[in-house]
Design a protein around this ligand. Structure first.
Ligand SMILES: *Cc1c(COP(=O)(O)O)cnc(C)c1O
Length: 222
């Protein structure tokens, strides 16, 4: 099946209110263009240099999401154009994004990344660390970042009940944080979960944004 057909299959299957971030990391710009020509405008990348190359080559109305772990020293390169930084997991990174966004006269949207899955290699804040970050309140003074919601990855397992449990834990945590810190902030509305193998489940577990790569573009060549 072509990229365009796969893309359509995914977007057609998503309930209203769930958007697709097409994850194009490790795939050539031509693949992005194919999805773009089929109507997709939101793409996710996880490496700064690869992203910069694609930004130069590809249409300017693409909304780029940085979905991977972002080192603070790389923020300055993507600050001029990035739409959303999806995986913020420290106050230090949040501060740097604010600083670089201010330098470019922009406000950058971000998501806080939670670590809920069992795998140890994954980044992200524990629920308690996330509570602590928000409770300390420094983020309120950061005028050039807008915290738009939460992001997480479920454990990479076959047992759907585990995946579902992790998504629902994240959804409940979203409600807690929303009520406590963002009750009056309409911008805090995003729940980014669901990848190729579990986006169907995520869509049933209150995701607003799925990040799908392999299913649309095929296996990555690392
Ligand atoms: C690579 C990646 C994805 C896409 O994963 P697929 O299994 O290819 O759909 C989604 N989210 C993050 C954070 C990623 O790094």
């Amino acid at each position: 099946m072509s990229i365009a057909n796969r893309l359509r299959e995914v977007t057609d299957s998503l309930p209203q209110g769930v958007r697709l971030v097409a994850v194009s990391k490790f795939h050539p710009a031509e693949y992005v263009k194919e999805a773009y020509d089929a109507g997709q405008r939101v793409f996710g990348e996880s490496r700064e240099q690869e992203l910069s190359r694609k930004v130069e080559e590809l249409p300017k109305d693409i909304e780029w999401h940085f979905i991977g772990h972002l080192q603070t020293n790389k923020v300055k390169y993507i600050a001029p154009y990035i739409s959303m930084i999806d995986a913020v997991d420290s106050l230090k990174l949040l501060r740097e994004i604010n600083k670089q966004a201010a330098a470019h006269g922009r406000t950058i949207k971000v998501l806080l990344e939670l670590h809920i899955a069992e795998e140890e290699t994954k980044y992200g804040l524990s629920l308690d660390a996330c509570r602590e970050l928000l409770e300390c309140g420094e983020w309120r003074a950061l005028q050039n970042v807008q915290i738009c919601g939460l992001m997480m990855m479920a454990s990479h397992v076959d047992d759907e009940s585990i995946i579902r449990k992790e998504f629902m834990l994240a959804a409940d945590f979203f409600d807690e944080v929303k009520a406590r810190y963002f009750a009056d902030d309409d911008a805090f509305c995003e729940r980014s979960w669901g990848m190729s193998h579990d986006y169907h489940i995520a869509a049933e577990c209150r995701s607003t944004m799925v990040r799908v790569g392999t299913y649309i573009f095929g296996e990555r060549n690392y």
